[in-house]
Structures are given as structure tokens and as C-alpha cells.
Ligand binder design. Structure first.
Ligand code: AMP
Length: 639
């Protein structure tokens, strides 16, 4: 691992992409394939291949304690070293060097050993992790300790993205970068992709279900007319409602081991959220086909009634209920606030499931009939999605006369049957084992194929936009029927037209205690957008955070209380009245307009910002940019 740590160090010292790839390619070439495969996984910032759901779960506190134990450093020395770098790995390097732990007497850790130690750490719970980590640290040189700690703390930060590792693999084995990337996407395992590249058999790589593919993203547009300007040929335009729920990629297929149908649901941040929606997983099993769907989990109200919704929920939805429903759909989507209660809740109780019912709105299909079909145009994927649904429910309803209604109709796999859930149990035994009492059974949620519409003028699009909003949805999505599915990319092939009130997705960088009834809680949030990296040579994906405003209204007392706990545990620096915090909490903020201002580093400030909601589904790397703020600023002056 000594050479590997040296490699990481050299990579972190250069900002040049080409140099980074060259270093990685040389390392890969110089090692046996097995070892190079481990290195490729580690260099992608992972302890295990992406398709595995194994995590190390090693906390900073345990690492700090062991670091002190192994180096004999005092708490004060550790704090000083940490403050110098703001990173425990670099602090470890200093402490090891100060204690002259230069060349440990024990044999060097090999990458194989490191991989198997990581597996043992992941499998061990609580205190059982300690001796395995201690053993690694005792055998480490200062530089190895630095990277061991960085790995185990889950924060490699050497400026190496997975795409650069893919490029390096291509370079090392003289294979096209695109093929390596494709194999990695299919397999969810960059180490396995490396093996195929080494054997010059990249085209043999086959899709492995149950690991997430990056979600295709949409670019924002100002309004319907602006959106339409991207589609000079309306025949290429597919329009859908923009639903306000949780993006969810569904994998359905036979489990390799048991051969039984298995379902996994992944969030936009690629987390496995199946446990939070057991009834949906059960409903999706009815597809009983190897398939990957893209769609949105929505809070759902069926036409038949409230399905156990609470009085509070009924009241909240009363206004929405009066508005138009999509004709033919047995039910309607409710706003995001209704599904918030289900977010992050593992193994929800039958009561919670009944109280906050959901549906799955499928709008795309990425894998079907044994093939990954992301390279087929949307118009073909759409047909495959249609036939998938129609196979189960028969012919679609006749097209209605509604403006812009697409010839391709939507189909609902109706809610039927019951799922049984026990009050608190792990995913495995949720639907197995003895039959739960009737009180515990919940209706299976409906699976809906998203309705599609057509429009050929801004006027028609405006009508569709109003209709979408009156159905309680956020706005519209405009999709190019000729476009391929580009995982993880935000392009102009998908455009979103949201509510006209401008909003920005921002991240909280600093917090303060509130006043009056909020005196004891951290309720005032300073937030930032993404700006370009200070280093002009840095890849586009690197960014700095630039503050753009401060808001103190919009969250519920409960949310503020939870946030207070979180911010206390994630304070970077406590300056008494102000705490800088780990930039991880993403918010959607609305505001009246954008002003130029010296108050924040961004050079702008938002007027009357208010928090619309927490966006736990959105990673910081995808929040809005300084460029977008500038655009909004300039546009408001045009009007
Ligand atoms: P935003 O989160 O504002 O960047 O908007 C993109 C998100 O809209 C996607 O990640 C989806 O979760 C969501 N969305 C809602 N309806 C659709 C739809 N019909 N097609 C694609 N994405 C949709």
C-alpha cells in the first residue's frame, strides 16, 4: 500500500487532469490485474464496488481515538493537527511524523489485505471494528496512515473523479474510454470493468441489475415560451407533468441466488430506499420482469377516498382535491409535503403507510428484455414502457379531447391486493414469515405510467402548464423524443418549467440561534450556491460555495429542532453567535428578486428569501450555480 499512498499523494498534488490520468494509468499497468482492480475501486473513493451496498460505517470519533492511541498524541496535539488541515487524514500524517513512526517493523499492507480488512470492518459491528482498524494503523507509515484515515472516514478528496479512473483504465490497456465507462455503468464495479479492459473483452460486459445508474437531469427554463424555443420541431416534443415527489429508479428482476423476483428502489442520490417503501416494492413485484424504470414516488390520493389519511392530511389536501384530476387516472398526486413524512423512515409502520399512501409514476425505462436501452431514443423507450404496462392491464383508454393530449395514453396498474407488513422488522422479513394480523395489511399502491402531452404553440404549452398546476403538480417537463438517456447529466434534452416564482436550491453553510420563541434553536441559515473552483485548471465538477443569502422562515418547529441537533453535530467552527457547518443540508428557497450586494462573496443577495422546503434528495454537487443567480438577476432587469 506504500506505493498506492504515494500515488494518491502525487495525484492530490497536481491539478492537471491529464497528469492525474497518466499517474493512475502507469500504476495500473505496473500491477497484477487483481491488485489493479482493487486500486481502481479505491481510487474511485469507494471501499467496495458501487453495486455492493456494503458500507464501512467508521465514525470520526473512533478514528481520532485510535489515532491518539497508536501515536501517543494528546487530545490537544490532535486538535492542533486537525485545525492545521481541517482533515483527519492529514492530521494523522503530522502525528505519525512527529512521533517518528516512519518505517513500521511489520510487513507492508498489501491492497488485497486492505480490501479484506475493509470487508471485516464492514461486517463487524460497534467495538468489534476497533482491533481491525488498530492493526492497520499499527502497520502504517505516515503517508499510509493519512490515506487509511481518509478512506475510512469516507473522504478521499484527491481531486480524482471516477471518470478519470475510467479514462486511465482505457489508457493503460489501450481501450476506448467510452467502452470502459459503459462497462463500469453496466457492472457497477470499476474493478470488474478493469478486468474486462485488461482482457480486451469490454464488449462482453453485461448489465447487472440492482445497482443504480445515474439519473438523467433536466435544465431549468424561465417559462413556456422560452422552453419551446429549444424545440423548433414540436413533433420531437413530449410533455409530461413535473411531479413533486421523490425521484426513484426501480430495479426489478430475478435474484441471482433465490431466483425469486426482487425489487430495489434507488433515490436520485443512489441510496437504496426500498426499506422505506415496502408496500411499493411489493406492488412493483407485479411487473415480474427484468426491468429498470425511472420515475417518481408520489404522495397519492385515490379517487375512492382517503385510504386512511389523517384528518390533518385531508384538510391539507382539500384545496387540491377540488382541482382537476387527470382523466382516467384513479387518483391524484399530492404535494411534496405529504410524502415528507415518509422520507428517511426505514421499516415504516402499517399505520404510517396507510396514513401517507404513495404511488409510483413511471416516466422512463432504462432496461428491458435483457437489454440496457439508454442508448435508444426516448420515442422507442416510451413504446417499451407502454407495452410493459399494457401487457398487464390490457388496452389503453381512448384518447380524450383535452388540449395537447398525446396519442400515447397513460395506463395505471390499479391498486389491488394487500401487502402485509409487520410493525418493525428488517426488509427481509417484511413480507415473509407468518401472516400478519389483518389490521397490519395495507393496500398495494398503484403503478402509473406518466401521461404524455403534445403542444405546438406557447399558448398550448401555457394551457398545459396551468392544467398541471391545477392538478397540484409543479409544472411541466419537456423531453426530446429523439434524445438518449444520459445518466447523471443535465442537458437540454429534458427541460423543466417550474412554478413561476423563482426558487433556488442552495446549501446551508452557516447557522445562528434565532430570537424570541426560536432563541434556543439554530433557525437562521446562511446559504450558498455553487461557484467556479478557485483553481482555473480544476475540472468543471469542482466548485466553491459562495454565500448568497440568509433565511429564517419556512421550516416547521419540528424540522428546526431536528436541524438544530444536526447542525450541532456538524459544526465546523463555533464563533459563539455564528457557526459554520458542514455544507450538506440542501434547501429550496424562494425570494422576491436578486440584488447586487457586497454582503456575500457571491456578489449577490436574495431579497426576502424564505425556505420552501428541505431537499434531502438533492446532493450539494447539484445545487444551483452562481451563473444561474446572475441569469436571474439579468433577466429581471430585462423585464
Ligand atoms: P429539480 O429537482 O427541480 O432539479 O427537477 C428535476 C426532478 O424533477 C427530477 O429529478 C425528478 O425527480 C422530478 N420529476 C418530476 N416529474 C418528472 C418527469 N415527468 N420527468 C422527469 N423528472 C421528473
Amino acid at each position: 500500500m506504500r506505493d498506492f499512498a504515494e500515488l494518491c499523494e502525487s495525484i492530490s498534488r497536481t491539478t492537471k487532469k491529464l497528469e492525474k490520468t497518466r499517474l493512475v494509468a502507469e500504476f495500473i499497468k505496473s500491477r497484477p490485474v487483481d491488485e489493479a482492480a482493487h486500486a481502481a475501486v479505491f481510487l474511485s473513493g469507494r471501499a467496495f464496488p458501487a453495486y455492493e451496498e456494503t458500507v464501512l460505517s467508521v465514525g470520526g470519533a473512533l478514528l481520532s481515538r485510535l489515532l491518539q492511541e497508536v501515536t501517543g498524541a494528546t487530545g490537544h496535539q490532535l486538535t492542533l493537527a486537525y485545525r492545521r488541515h481541517g482533515d483527519l487524514g492529514s492530521a494523522a500524517f503530522d502525528l505519525y511524523s512527529e512521533k517518528r513512526i516512519d518505517t513500521p517493523s511489520q510487513p507492508e499492507i498489501t491492497l488485497h489485505e486492505l480490501e479484506s480488512a475493509f470487508r471485516k470492518i464492514a461486517a463487524a459491528s460497534g467495538a468489534a471494528k476497533t482491533p481491525i482498524i488498530r492493526d492497520l494503523l499499527l502497520r502504517a507509515s505516515p503517508l499510509e496512515a493519512k490515506y487509511l484515515i481518509k478512506f475510512m472516514g469516507g473522504d478521499l478528496r484527491i481531486g480524482l473523479r471516477e471518470s478519470l479512473v475510467e479514462e486511465a483504465i482505457g489508457k493503460a490497456f489501450d481501450e476506448p474510454h467510452d467502452l470502459v465507462r459503459r462497462a463500469n455503468m453496466l457492472l457497477g464495479n470499476i474493478g470488474a470493468a478493469l478486468r474486462y479492459a485488461a482482457a480486451h473483452q469490454l464488449n462482453q460486459a453485461r448489465m447487472r441489475l440492482f445497482h443504480p445508474i445515474g439519473a438523467m437531469l433536466a435544465s431549468p427554463t424561465e417559462n413556456a415560451a422560452d422552453a419551446l424555443s429549444y424545440f423548433p420541431d414540436p413533433a420531437r416534443l413530449q410533455i409530461e407533468d413535473k411531479y413533486d415527489g421523490i425521484r426513484a429508479q426501480v430495479h426489478c428482476g430475478a435474484d441471482v441466488g433465490t431466483k425469486e423476483t426482487r425489487v430495489a428502489i434507488f433515490s436520485r442520490t443512489m441510496d437504496n430506499i426500498t426499506e422505506s417503501f415496502p408496500e411499493l416494492a411489493e406492488a412493483l413485484k407485479r411487473l415480474s420482469e427484468d426491468v429498470i424504470l425511472d420515475g417518481e414516488i408520489l404522495a397519492w390520493e385515490s379517487n375512492a377516498g382517503e385510504r386512511g389519511a389523517s384528518a390533518e392530511l385531508r384538510e391539507q389536501s382539500a384545496r387540491a382535491k377540488r382541482s382537476a384530476r387527470s382523466p382516467g387516472i384513479n387518483g391524484r398526486a399530492l404535494p411534496f409535503t405529504h410524502i415528507q413524512q415518509r422520507l428517511g423512515r426505514k421499516s415504516p409502520s402499517a399505520e404510517l403507510i396507510r396514513q401517507y399512501p404513495v404511488a409510483y409514476m413511471a416516466f422512463d425505462v432504462l432496461y428491458a428484455n435483457g437489454d440496457l436501452i439508454i442508448e435508444k431514443p426516448l420515442r422507442e423507450r416510451r413504446k417499451i414502457l407502454e407495452s410493459l404496462f399494457e401487457k398487464r392491464v390490457g388496452a389503453p383508454p381512448a384518447p380524450s379531447s383535452q388540449v395537447g393530449r398525446d396519442g400515447m395514453e397513460f395506463v395505471v396498474i390499479p391498486a389491488s391486493g394487500k401487502s402485509r407488513t409487520k410493525k418493525s422488522s428488517s426488509q427481509q422479513d417484511l413480507f415473509a414469515g407468518p401472516t400478519a394480523p389483518d389490521a397490519d395489511s395495507v393496500p398495494l399502491p398503484p403503478l402509473v405510467r406518466a401521461p404524455t402531452y403534445r403542444a405546438s404553440s406557447a399558448e398550448e404549452l401555457d394551457q398545459l402548464f396551468d392544467a398541471a398546476q391545477s392538478r397540484g403538480n409543479e409544472g411541466l417537463m419537456l423531453k426530446d423524443l429523439d434524445s438518449l438517456y444520459t445518466p447523471g447529466r443535465r442537458g437540454k434534452a429534458w427541460l423543466k418549467v417550474k412554478r413561476e416564482l423563482a426558487t433556488l436550491d442552495v446549501v446551508v453553510t452557516g447557522v445562528e440561534f434565532g430570537h424570541g420563541k426560536r432563541a434556543g434553536v439554530l433557525s437562521d441559515y446562511t446559504f450558498a450556491v455553487r461557484g467556479p473552483s478557485a483553481d482555473p485548471d480544476a475540472p468543471k465538477s469542482e466548485f466553491t460555495l459562495l454565500n448568497v443569502g440568509k433565511a429564517y422562515s419556512g421550516l416547521t418547529d419540528r424540522e428546526i429542532a431536528d436541524m438544530t441537533e444536526w447542525f450541532k453535530a456538524h459544526t465546523r467552527e463555533d464563533r459563539g453567535f455564528f457557526r459554520s457547518v458542514d455544507p450538506e443540508i440542501v434547501l429550496e428557497v424562494a425570494f422576491n428578486n436578486v440584488m447586487e450586494s457586497d454582503r456575500h462573496e457571491s456578489g449577490y443577495a436574495l431579497r426576502f428569501p424564505r425556505i420552501m422546503r428541505l431537499r434531502p434528495d438533492k446532493p450539494v454537487a447539484e445545487i444551483d450555480t452562481l451563473e444561474r443567480v446572475r441569469e436571474l438577476f439579468e433577466n429581471q432587469h430585462k423585464k
